[in-house]
Design a protein. Structure first.
Length: 118
């Protein structure tokens, strides 16, 4: 120790077996979301979820836009009040706008892989 000469041997450690998880869509001929990039099957699944989520988001945006336009329709009412007291019904653009807004919310949360479903 005092003269600085050290000797030692390291134990031989062999490589451990590692399962390689490469998605089929990573193969250029296989197509898929990876488009030839090497990704795991979990990443390929997430890319599929991303595509489906984008479609649902586009549907929701369309429903919200249509609902906004329908809110411009006037309210119509029908009253049955023969002596000043009775029933009345009102329906119009705000009702249709609320309906489409609800459907848009359902489209946003409707994907099976969304965090709302886990």
């Amino acid at each position: 120790m005092d003269d600085g000469r050290f000797t030692g041997t390291e134990p031989a450690v062999g490589p451990r077996p590692i399962a390689v998880d490469i998605a089929e869509s990573a193969i250029p001929a296989g197509g898929g979301p990876a488009a030839g990039a090497k990704i795991s099957s979990y990443e390929a699944k997430e890319l599929d979820f991303l595509d489906a989520s984008q479609v649902l988001q586009d549907v929701a945006a369309g429903l919200e836009t249509t609902g906004g336009l329908l809110s411009l329709l006037p309210m119509l009412s029908a009253d049955g009040k023969p002596v000043g007291v009775g029933a009345g019904v009102t329906f119009g653009g705000s009702n249709l706008s609320g309906l489409l807004s609800g459907l848009a919310g359902a489209a946003r949360g409707g994907h099976p892989g969304s965090p709302m479903r886990r």
